[in-house]
Design a protein around this ligand. Structure first.
Ligand code: DHB
Length: 470
């Protein structure tokens, strides 16, 4: 296929759907391959959806066809491949953000991207890191390449994603135009354009993978029972079954937990983080100190917001509430309440097999380690990923790097009862961005587990605010 990366303005259909009591008519330009040398045309493609109103009444919510911001929700979960998603129901049966964004007058670009586990016809893995971030960047470049006739404002691209998708949204937001990604973009035939974006919305980002294991143990050390759900497709059935996985960590895992926990303070202290008052955010060797107090403040703020909604929090033993004010949280009891989800190490498993071990594979090797700790303690004599591959996947490695043009606005949400990664991971990301002059709206929504797109009205309010304030 000879793909000149030119957007075909005539290649659309007009669709009407009714959901949530609302009717939406939109133009759909679907399945556009956004690179010249795709290795996977099921994923290296995007779809563009435009409110049909722009072609009739010309304006909506003060925007028109050329000025409407572009909402760019990725569909990546578990670091697996994502495909473009049409407005409608998502795979969980919930009306998706794309539908609501179109109702609000946004142009929606839904990018597909390669992910772990993909293979080509020869059985080579094609979706290991950094394929997913390279593809999202290539999709952004395609839009800029066609800015004269693409619907929407290519200087107002707002990325959105959840979990691994949230991690990628943050990475896309931070690493705009960084030359580290250039060889990969070139190889896959991305347009020669900028790939910086305007803003990034990140739900529960599974990020900073090099330090996520130690952060997890800083939080969950001492809780040796784990509880999670496994999703399995029954043989010959399309239905996914949810199977509980409950267990107790082995003595070996408990020893690893203690060692991982002990690594976290030095990492936190190396970051030079400060709170708004300029006080250092640090941890002592036991894992206590101002950084922990800082995290507690976000939990207290979350509870306070819930209290102000009128929720009765008086029977929560780990919260101290006086009148209309949440006074304190017993952090240890709060973590006991949340419970541990993952065994130690949570991400770079010494026996391999996690989504992240697979993310850092190669064309020929499915799983690799990506932390010195798990390499050293490997139960399978696993290989270590190259420093470069690891670096490319972590926004923390690029914040403040002058070679990037980072988005100026981030919105990060991490549910207060999420256990997929430590709350410290999103807090560190948010604070590091802020200390580098980036505006970040960050909080830990009350009662929310590992999830995204649950507060779309608030997300759209934030989008409107950042788009109008410049
Ligand atoms: C996701 C969840 C995880 O717990 C993880 O380790 C990686 C990805 C996800 O839901 O995308």
């Amino acid at each position: 296929m000879d793909n000149n990366l030119k957007f075909d303005e005539t290649g659309y259909t007009v669709e009407t759907i009714s959901l949530e009591g609302k009717e939406l008519t939109y133009r759909a330009y679907e399945n556009i391959v956004y690179v010249k040398n795709p290795v996977d045309t099921d994923h290296q493609k995007l779809s563009i959806f435009v409110p049909e109103a722009y072609y009739r009444d010309r304006s909506m919510e003060a925007y028109d066809l050329k000025s409407a911001p572009i909402f760019f929700p990725n569909t990546i979960g578990g670091y697996m491949p994502g495909v473009p998603e049409r407005p409608g129901k998502n795979f969980r049966g919930k009306t998706n953000a794309a539908f609501f964004a179109l109702l609000k007058g946004y142009v929606v670009v839904s990018p597909g991207a390669r992910g772990r586990g993909l293979t080509d016809t020869e059985g080579k893995f094609t979706g290991m890191a950094p394929a997913c971030i390279v593809d999202l960047k290539a999709a952004v470049r395609y839009l800029r390449h066609n800015k004269t006739n693409i619907p929407g404002d290519v200087e107002k691209i707002i990325s959105n994603g959840t979990s691994a998708g949230g991690a990628l949204s943050s990475l896309l937001g931070v690493t705009g135009n960084h030359p580290d990604y250039e060889p990969y973009l070139k190889k896959t035939g991305a347009a020669h354009e900028r790939d910086d974006i305007f803003a990034a919305s990140c739900y529960c980002p599974i990020t900073n993978l090099e330090h996520a294991d130690m952060a997890y143990e800083w939080e969950f050390y001492g809780r040796n029972e784990y509880h999670r759900m496994k999703y399995e497709k029954a043989e010959g059935s399309k239905e996914t079954r949810k199977i509980p996985v409950d267990g107790i960590m082995t003595d070996f895992q408990i020893r690893l937990s203690e060692k991982e926990k002990a690594l976290f303070p030095a990492y936190v202290n190396s970051l030079g983080l400060k709170d708004k008052a300029g006080r250092n955010l640090e941890l002592n060797p036991e894992g206590n100190g101002s950084f922990k107090e800082y995290i507690k403040k976000f939990v207290i703020a979350s509870a306070q917001k819930e209290l102000e909604k009128g929720t009765d929090l008086s029977d929560i033993a780990w919260l101290k509430v006086e009148g209309k004010k949440v006074i304190s949280v017993d952090f240890e009891k709060f973590i006991d309440f949340r419970t541990r989800m993952k065994e130690t190490p949570a991400f770079d498993n010494v026996a391999m097999g996690t989504p992240e071990n697979e993310l850092f594979g190669t064309e020929d090797t499915r799983y690799r380690h990506f932390t010195a700790f798990s390499k050293e303690h490997s139960a399978v004599n696993g290989e270590m990923a190259e420093d470069r591959q690891i670096k490319l996947m972590n926004p923390m490695n690029y914040i403040g790097d002058e070679k990037c043009k980072s988005a100026k606005n981030f919105r990060i949400r991490h549910g207060a009862v999420d256990r997929d990664t430590s709350l410290a991971i999103s807090a560190i990301l948010a604070r590091t961005l802020q200390l580098n002059g980036i505006s970040v709206d960050y909080c830990l929504p009350w009662g929310i587990p590992h999830a995204g797109d649950y507060d779309l009205e608030e997300l759209f309010e934030w989008m409107k605010k950042v788009c109008t304030n410049k």
